[in-house]
Design a protein around this ligand. Structure first.
Ligand code: NAD
Length: 299
């Protein structure tokens, strides 16, 4: 991506120059990458040193690949690398941030606690965003004293490749916060759609339904996992089969989404017992080396 001048990101009175990303797992590291490449000073924070090390290595590899494939010039990749820092403490991560995006596990309790603490630690003007796939941004906003500055920024996996950013308007999100989120998202190379808050928004609600139905089919022995994937790819033109996709997303994350949708939207989202069994067995997808399919080390 060619970089233009330093982003102003100014809407209303907020100018985004510095972005903090909380949680350096699958999503956080991808968001940190597009943020740094988009020209923002980026602080990636996680409570786990292991996650930060892995994130640093993956972001470096992505930058190298970007230059090798001609998507980034060498100097752009070097500048993005310089703009990116990692840290373990939340205070250090957010104290100078204009925008804070959290990508910690899909658990409302963890997210609400994180919103309460970053509300106290981040500058008063900062926008607080969540990358949740399904949960209530309004509930997270209620833990802060700045509900108009709280918004959902739902990125997709892998973040550097997926074009969509779903921007979620909570009950009290202001118009200027929505516009700022869209402006930053565009700068990060994304196309934005804005949705009113509702469990699972647009994408996770449909995706969870398809993925859960695929598990029921597998459980009923209708076809093998590989053939269910092939059927959806070749017959319905899906770029990935539902099992390839859930292995990428993480079965634990998908199960958390399904449980929430079941609670809020009803019986049609009851998680298939087979996905519960896989998660209980530690088969979480690519990240654990085994999900629906196996991923020997290095694949
Ligand atoms: P993950 O399990 O890969 O990463 C979560 C990271 O958060 C871990 O590194 C963990 O150490 C860290 N963490 C936990 N508690 C923390 C805290 N209090 N402060 C800082 N770091 C903390 O999870 P993920 O797949 O990256 O998902 C993160 C969020 O993104 C979830 O809300 C999920 O629903 C959403 N999301 C996931 C996907 C996907 O495909 N996996 C897609 C879109 C959105």
């Amino acid at each position: 991506m060619a970089l233009g001048p330093v982003p102003r990101g100014s809407f209303g009175r907020v100018t985004v120059r510095s972005v903090a990303v909380l949680g350096a797992g699958l999503m956080g590291r991808g968001i940190a990458y597009v943020s740094a490449v988009g020209g923002y000073r980026t602080l990636l924070q996680d409570t786990s040193n292991g996650a930060l090390d892995k994130a640093g290595a993956e972001i470096s590899a992505l930058l190298e690949k970007g230059t090798a494939t001609g998507k980034l010039k060498g100097e752009e990749a070097a500048a993005a690398h310089q703009r990116l820092l990692t840290c373990r403490g939340i205070e250090e991560a957010v104290r100078d941030a204009d925008l804070v995006i959290e990508a910690v596990p899909e658990d409302i309790q963890v997210k609400v606690e994180l919103f309460a603490s970053r509300d106290k630690l981040a500058p008063r003007h900062a926008i607080l965003a969540s990358n949740t796939s399904s949960l209530s941004i309004t509930e997270m906003a209620a833990a802060t004293a700045r509900a108009p500055q709280v918004v959902g920024m739902h990125f997709f996996n892998p973040v550097h490749r997926m074009r969509l950013l779903e921007i979620v308007r909570a009950l009290e999100t202001s118009e200027s916060t929505l516009q700022l989120a869209a402006e930053v998202g565009t700068r990060m190379g994304k196309e934005c759609v804005t949705v009113r808050e509702s469990p699972g928004f647009v994408t996770s609600r449909i995706n969870a339904m398809i993925g859960n139905e695929a598990f029921y089919m597998l459980q009923e022995g209708i076809a093998s996992a590989a053939d269910i994937d092939r059927a959806l790819k070749l017959g319905l033109n899906h770029p990935m089969g539902p099992f390839e996709l859930v292995d990428l997303v993480g079965l634990d994350t998908r199960l958390a989404i399904l449980k929430f949708l079941h609670r809020t939207l009803g019986e049609k989202f009851r998680p298939c017992p087979l996905i519960e069994q896989y998660v209980a067995a530690g088969r979480l997808g690519r990240k654990s080396g085994r999900g629906v399919f196996d991923y020997p080390a290095g694949t």
